[in-house]
Design a protein around this ligand. Sequence first.
Ligand SMILES: [Zn+2]
Length: 255
Amino acid sequence: MIDSHCHLDFEQFDPDRDQVLSRCKQIGIDKIIIPGTQVSRWQAQVDLCASDDSLFFALGIHPYFVDSANISDLTKLDEMLMLYKKQVVALGEIGLDFHLPEAGHQKQQDFFIAQLELADKYQIPVILHHRKSHNETLRLLKQKRFSQGGVVHAFSGSVQEAKAYIDMGFMLGVGGTITYSRAQKTRETFKQIPLEVLVLETDAPDMPLNGRQGQRNSPEFLGEIAQQLAELKEIGIGEVIKQTRANSVQLFGLT
Ligand SMILES: [Zn+2]
């Protein structure tokens, strides 16, 4: 299994990162993608991934950190992408979070567009973060004629929204949301959308699964998301694991 989105570099894993990783390997999670969030963390991500064959990194400025980011961070991102172009698997996570104060929305859009342009320059997929922003995200992707594809991380939304991204070459990240029965719309969407465009993710240490609210999420729980997806789609978990793994390998060019 591949966890296509896990912040294993975050300090929540400082006390026991090695143990988490070895438990993951024991239960068959053999690759983990660590998305970028802000300039100050990029080098640590690169170093962490250099220490273990199963870890891969993406670099980018997360919408949460755009407010405190400078234009020079984009220059630094360009330099890092150049330096690590052989290793970097995607640009992200980037996107629009309209749950954040409106005063910062324009800057979020500017940084989103600038990072889409960098993904184009290096011809790498993007990891999209979204919150209350499907319309604007899709509008900007179309306006930029963005063609590198990527993944809509922790997708939640309607079948129609899902199809709009898929038509633009995106896959959808299936995370812990589907373990909550209140997420009816998203569960229904994943039931209908073909397995061929879905990848699994935990977003650990965030987004705890149902039953573990308030606790640290961990890539070790990825199998529970696979199980939920199998039940929703009324297929075997083996099929879910095999296909979503192949999707992640293809999307991020993993070897
Ligand atoms: Zn994330």
